[in-house]
Write a protein that binds this ligand. Structure first.
Ligand SMILES: *Cc1c(COP(=O)(O)O)cnc(C)c1O
Length: 373
């Protein structure tokens, strides 16, 4: 039996007929760029998320970049960003000449909190980018409240939590990525809603921002060959849109399969004292983009080596705090040390989780982890 972090082939095989037909239809239509499929997927995703505007783009990194460009930030403006995230979140901030102000995260949910955010605000703070890490939504009610008070824009990096639902204290529910001013996502193949190549999208309920970001994604063009501003070329291919439109129908089933696998792991690992199983946030559902354990006895690297030697797939998301990366170390706004981020980079390890998990597969992984302890 072949073990892998994600089983993209197994997932494809289950819906192969539908996917193949959708792709062939685009091939036959020859509408490869900006075809009807892109608009159909956009409309279906708007409906699923309950958001006014979905702007399809080429990947999740572009989505973040275009979101920050849409806000009209100026070089030197500060953008607050967690240091425990994928590099793209902070990279686009630096790329635009903005100052990434790196902050710590909650030790249980690994997400930004209102307290951490508020302490990092200065007179130059213009935006905050909470990341819904590993599949659950950050505490958006608190973050939004503080952002409003200080007139700070909120861009949710929702590359890892599409389909996660956040519940406000008054019972209102919203989809992750639709709560702040702008949300962004990635449809990288291994993400929860994965294309068969690169793809991404931006979400907003703000008509004005939507217009700006659509224009930026399309060479700053207002009408054909008239360019109002400097933009980029970032489009979602029609073939990817057709694939995503098929897979969107299964997104909730996929999340359920991931949650079921996570529950099965939890049962097995909760009895091991050295392991901290994933802590579920009280106001967000979890779509388990990753199933991430904390190894509390200082033996994370040993476990990693042990599992590798037994050919049990595992990964460390993320091994190095962003402020220790060479690319960021000399930037204005750089911090030297954040204790929770530092601890997480030393303690976390992610095990295989995907939509095609079986108890048989999980038992092999569980037995290997147990035999280490
Ligand atoms: C995957 C990811 C991105 C980037 O998405 P791409 O489509 O690979 O450009 C950004 N932020 C986070 C948190 C991610 O996991």
């Amino acid at each position: 039996m072949k073990l892998q972090m994600v089983d993209l082939l197994g997932q494809y095989k289950k819906i192969k007929n539908e996917i193949d037909k959708a792709v062939m239809d685009v091939m036959e239509s020859s509408a490869y760029i900006n075809g009807p499929k892109v608009h159909e997927f956009q409309a279906n995703l708007e409906k699923y998320l309950g958001v006014k505007h979905v702007i399809p783009v080429a990947n999740g990194t572009d989505a973040l970049q275009i979101a920050l460009m849409g806000l009209g930030l100026k070089p030197g403006d500060e953008v607050i960003v967690p240091a425990f995230t994928y590099v793209a979140t902070a990279e686009v901030i630096a790329l635009l000449g903005l100052t990434p102000v790196m902050v710590d995260v909650d030790p249980d949910t690994y997400n930004l909190t209102g307290d951490i955010f508020e302490k990092a605000i200065s007179s130059k703070t213009k935006a905050v980018v909470p990341v819904h890490l590993f599949g659950q939504t950050a505490d958006m009610e608190e973050i939004i409240k503080i952002a409003k008070k200080h007139n700070i824009a909120v861009v949710e990096d929702n590359a890892q939590a599409i389909g996660s639902v956040y519940t406000f204290s008054d019972g209102t529910k919203k989809q992750a990525g639709t709560i702040g001013d702008i949300g962004t996502t990635s449809f990288f193949p291994a993400k929860n809603l994965g294309a068969f190549g690169d793809a991404g999208a931006i979400f907003t309920n703000d008509d004005d921002l939507a217009g700006k970001m659509r224009m930026i994604a399309n060479h700053g063009q207002s009408k054909r060959y008239y360019h109002d501003r400097i933009g980029v070329n970032s489009r979602l291919d029609s073939i990817q849109a057709a694939i995503l439109d098929v897979k969107l129908k299964y997104l909730d089933d996929y999340a359920n399969a991931r949650r079921k696998a996570a529950d099965y792991y939890n049962q097995a690992f909760s009895e091991i004292a050295e392991i901290q199983i994933p802590v579920r946030s009280i106001n967000s559902t979890h779509v388990f983009h990753q199933y991430t354990l904390r190894i509390k006895n200082g033996k994370r690297d040993e476990l990693n080596k042990y599992l590798n030697s037994k050919e049990i797939p595992n990964n460390i998301y993320y091994p190095v705090p962003l402020y220790e990366q060479e690319a960021f170390s000399h930037l204005a706004g750089a911090v030297e040390f954040l204790p929770v981020t530092d601890m997480l980079c030393k303690e976390v390890i992610s095990l295989p989780i995907h939509t095609e998990m079986t108890e048989e597969i999980q038992n092999i992984i569980i037995d290997a982890v147990k035999s280490f302890f």
